[in-house]
Design a protein around this ligand. Sequence first.
Ligand SMILES: [Zn+2]
Ligand SMILES: [Zn+2]
Length: 1022
Amino acid sequence: MRSSAKHGAADNNRGLSGHVLTLHQRLYHALNLGTWVNRKKWHCTDIETQRLVLRSVDAYLECISSETLQYPLVKDSVVDMVRALESILEFKNQSILRLASSVAVKMVKVLPGSILLQNRGLDLICPIVDLLSSHQLQVAMSCATAMNVILPKLSSRREREVWQILKETKAVGYLVHNIKQLSIVNIQIEYFQEMASLLSRILLWWPSFRFCVWNDSNFLNCLDAIKLISESSVKVVVLQLYSSLALCGNGAQKLLENGEALVQMTVSCMDSSNSHSVRMEAFKLARCLALSRRGCIQMMNICCEPLVKAVTGAMKYSNTLSEKLDKNQLSVTEEACRLASITRWPGNHHIYFWKAGTDRLLLDLLLDYPKIHQLQRELSVNDLINIVRESQNSNLLFSFRPYLWDILGGLAANCEENISHEIHENELQLRVLIVCACLSFVDSMGTLRQVSQNGVTNMTECESACRAVLMMVYSPCKYIASLARSILYEILKADGKDYVEYLLKILNAVLTGAKFGLPGNLQIVVSLMSLACYCSLPTYQELIIKFQGMKIMVAFVMWWLSNPVHLKRESTVPHLRDSFSERSCCYPSTEEWEGEDMLLLFSLWIVSELLHHSAYNKKANSSDNHEDFPRSQLIQELQEICRDRNSHGSRWYAAYVLSYFGIFGFPSKLGKRIGKLLGEREHSDMKLHFVNEESVYVHEVILTVRCPSLLPPGESVPKQKSSGVKSDVGRNIVKAVHLSAHVDQPSLLKLLEYVYSGYLQASKDLVKKLKLFARHCKLESLMQVLCRKNPKWGVDVPSFDLSPALGPAGHNLSNLILEAGSTTQLVHWNCNSCSALVPHLHVHKVILLSSCDYLRALFQSGMQESNLQTIKVPVSWESLNKLVRWFYSDRLPVPIFDCVWANLEPEEKFRQVHTYLELCWLAEFWLIDDLYEECYEVVISCIDSSQNLSTKIIQIAANFSQWKLAQVAANHMAPSYHQLRISGELDQLDDNLVEMVRAASVRLSQEGGGGGGITLVDWLCY
Ligand SMILES: [Zn+2]
Ligand SMILES: [Zn+2]
């Protein structure tokens, strides 16, 4: 190979200067003093020779350029040079390491990425990273520098290999160590910079390294001290390092735990007195910390006003400067705008955004019209439209606009109901702003059409402008909503009607599967949002209904339910994605109100508005009772949506739509089970007597948690009111409560329906009385649905949760003790209300039996067990707690497979899986299907999450007779059956399980799947 290269050398290398040739000659003269092993590895133990090679490499690097690299002679020598350097670095002779590492820096700087990161280049990474642990500061620093040069040249295809190297060489550990060693008094700034920026680069790219860094309190303390150094260059790296830690949701939490100093430092770094790069990094860090709703709220609790001031300060943009656009200024403004979209999270920061005149700032960024404040208040919408149209065109900040709409939308969605002083002051500005948004919205209709015609996709601004208008026309702030609606109405006058027909056509096309242009997901989202905007105007509601909109939208909801398309907003619109935040980890995906089912949310939104319209216009055309959608099926599906794990947004809207069918509240799984108890005589402990001698059986514990105002006044049930304690079923004591004549019987019964099941069904007449009753009983969420208030963006669905009964409130009412079967690991146990030493929980029979047929049968059997005060549950204490939690809230605490999970010791992971396997077994025994399914899913995802758990899980699953799960584990082990058998890991298993794994691996090989199937050797060995 080498000879053939030399063959044509004479021709190909013509043109190389004599100087290059001399250096080349000198290099090979030195290299030839060592030996080549298989021509692949250079080898030499003599220090002087190594030094000579390094010097000649150093000299030779001078002549390497993209030009000289065209010559085969030079190109070939690069390979040899890299190999020699690699060998010398690996040799680790202390006396020449300094020289060697500085040559390495030079080499990685000179060589282009394409050459550097072929296989040989990766080989060079190994010894360089390894030397980060060098005691010679200069050597470690050079190696960090070299890595800082190499990593940006890395292509994404190579990321995994480099990750492997970094993991094996424990690079992150050494970097952390090196930084911790620094003395703050006499810090070597350059050293810190190289180490810290390499660390933050690694953490940014490879999330798996983050945990061990943010979990190291000493390291965080050290950073805390370093962040006080005022040197601008230090600040930049410190901020970068914090950002890459905060990209992990758990890391951000850790940083914010005692984060006053950090947040204050970040805010002060945003100030214009800092250098451009410091400001940029400060905004980025704040954005990371506010990636979650919780993080944003925590940050705002620390310093709300100063933060908002810093952000809005950086958003200030003066149009007069636009002629000589300052690039730095622009990039800071853009970062500030990105951060400002924290207006999407609820919190107390909105008022400061209004106070800081955000509406004015947005206008300055949107329009190239410096004299907004000189406009006259009396201008008509049409005049404003003209002004906006004229001044919009010359604006250069096009890429900003999606952020601006997001900020505006967030402000409108989270506004208080009543007009705040700040908004009212600047009515004109707000009007112009709304005109801008509405115009963009209408333009987006045009874009939508173009997209379907030419397949061009530049929909980002469409989406965000549409969303902003949607948030404004449905804003909880009446002032903004009515202003936005009236402006939208004016603007749509021209061709609104046309568009409605078109939008319905797009959605219909989705349903029929017809190839109608390109109804991509983003296009569907925009169509739905636009239609929802139209629905805010009565004229268009009518029009949509005329075009069979109701039928189409109900069909759309049904279509989605049978083909659920899960979409996250971040993944559909480009402006929310960047290489930076895309690398975040451990952030909950369920926090956003729209979640991943925004198609469902927006279609329900439209349905609700159309129903609203027909409900109000029914009197006008009452003869037309014909409905063109399957009513009962829809009602059923809507209840399912409420019960299922959909986002809060779609559940709210499903409940809202249900209110138009006379169903008020929030159906839930637990509510469905508890609901059956109402009026049941057995196990009830209270009887409500109406004046007309009728009565209803209830349960004090449920009333205590769900609606305490229904209980007679005084602590629990006062004795003088219960007109006689009668002995009823078995040993149950039933307290009788006589209701006064003022209590309306049907209303109370309905209200109890809500208390027990989370929702109620009521006719129009009853609703009026119920409103009074609900207000009296302080059932806010029921009030809201009874009054049919629009769901407020961002508000969680009220959960049906009986857990408070486990606290002091329900303690006196407890009539059963659950004891854990196995009580290992509990040293300090004491109960607040009794002196029993065995770990136990005080619970309520009635709640347990509503979800568990086994216990119901047990309690009702009339046998000895039915009067038991204590039941020993044959599971661990941990499992028992999860079980009870599930009984009371229908929520099983489940492991989250994040960084923390990934870094758990295998034993700890296994201990957790063990709980769920145990619960699977118990759920089967006690006949609790729902719980069984949930636990089963958890075990499956645990098996998927870590390969090496299977060997242990299979045995425990078998011990609990969970054969289905054992089989899943066996299938997971199948590809590595051979290795497992050799390593002896299978020896611990029962024979039938080993056979199970073997059979699975045979099946695998027969199916031809999995590279690690059984080989001939396996067969022979067996
Ligand atoms: Zn993480
Ligand atoms: Zn106790």
